[in-house]
Design a binder for this molecule. Structure first.
Ligand code: ISJ
Length: 247
C-alpha cells in the first residue's frame, strides 16, 4: 500500500465477518486494503500497513511492536459458525494424528492447539501443508461455504469448544496499530473507525448474503466489533495458556 503522510495505511479482513465494517468504510470513502488475517498480520509486522484488523494471537506474540486499539476487535461467546475443526475421527481420538492448520488463520490455529494439548491432553501433529491429514482447521468464508455442503465428518465449532472449556468468549481479532504510528493520526483514525462501526450497524441489515443454512441476522448477532471486559478476560486467558504451553 502506498504511503500518504496524512492517512494511515489500513488493512481490513476480507471475510463476511467484517463485511458490515467494510461497507461502513466505503460509505465514508476511507481507503483500505482487504485481505485474509494471516496476510494482514504479516503486512502490519513488516511495516506495509500502519493499522489493521489482525489475529489477536499476533498481537499476543508481538506486543513490543503492536498496540491494541481498544475496544475494537471481533469476538463471540459460543458458536460463531465460521471457525471449524473438521475431523474424520472424534476429537479425543486425534492424538498423534495429523491436523492441517489454516494458512489464513493465527488465532483459531492456536486455540485448537491449546484446547487439544491443555484440555484433551493429547499431542497431535500440526502442519500447514500436509495433504494427508485426519482433521483440518477451516475459517472465514471457507468455513461458511463448508457448512453449506457439510458431509458426515465430525464438525466442531472452535469458538464453542473454547466456551465449553473456559466459559469465556473468543477474541478472534483486534484492531491493532504499529507502536511507531503518531498519536494524532491514530486519534483521527479511531474517529473514522467509530463512524464506520455506526454505519456497519445499518449496513448489516441489508447486505448481500449468499448462504442458506445460516441467516445473516443469526451470523451477525453472534459477533461483536466492540470488546467488553469479559472478552478481554477471554483474550488474557488465551495469552496465559499459550505462554504456559510454551510451544
Ligand atoms: C470468526 C472468524 O475469525 C477469524 C479468525 C482469525 C484467525 O484465526 O486468526 C482472525 C480473524 C477472524 O476473521 C472467522 O474466520 O470468520
Amino acid at each position: 500500500m502506498t504511503t500518504n503522510k496524512n492517512f494511515l495505511r489500513f488493512g481490513l479482513i476480507k471475510f463476511y465477518n467484517f463485511l458490515p465494517v467494510k461497507l461502513g468504510f466505503e460509505k465514508i470513502g476511507y481507503k483500505f486494503f482487504l485481505s485474509d488475517p494471516a496476510t494482514l498480520n504479516n503486512m502490519l509486522l513488516n511495516n506495509e500497513l500502519d493499522v489493521a484488523t489482525i489475529s489477536s494471537v499476533t498481537w499476543i506474540n508481538n506486543q513490543d511492536l503492536l498496540k491494541p486499539i481498544l475496544p475494537f476487535g471481533l469476538s463471540c461467546f459460543g458458536p460463531v459458525l465460521s471457525t471449524f475443526l473438521v475431523s474424520n475421527e472424534p476429537i479425543e481420538k486425534l492424538d498423534k494424528k495429523v491436523i492441517r492448520l489454516s494458512c489464513t488463520s493465527n488465532t483459531i490455529n492456536n486455540i485448537v492447539v491449546c484446547i487439544l494439548r491443555k484440555f484433551y491432553k493429547i499431542d497431535p501433529i500440526f502442519s500447514k501443508d500436509s495433504n494427508d491429514f485426519c482433521a483440518q482447521v477451516i475459517i472465514g468464508d471457507d468455513a461458511l461455504n463448508f457448512i453449506e455442503n457439510k458431509n458426515n465428518n465430525f464438525i466442531y465449532d472452535v469458538s464453542e469448544l473454547w466456551r465449553q472449556y473456559t466459559n469465556l468468549p473468543t477474541v478472534f481479532s483486534l484492531l491493532a496499530a504499529r507502536r511507531d504510528i503518531k498519536n494524532d493520526l491514530l486519534l483521527d483514525f479511531i474517529k473514522t473507525y467509530s463512524l464506520a462501526l455506526k454505519f456497519a450497524e445499518i449496513e448489516k441489515n441489508n447486505l448481500d448474503w449468499k448462504y442458506k443454512k445460516i441467516s445473516s441476522k443469526e451470523y451477525y448477532s453472534n459477533l461483536s466489533y466492540i470488546l467488553d471486559t469479559n472478552d478481554l478476560k477471554g483474550l488474557f486467558e488465551l495469552e496465559k495458556i499459550i505462554k504456559s504451553l510454551d510451544y
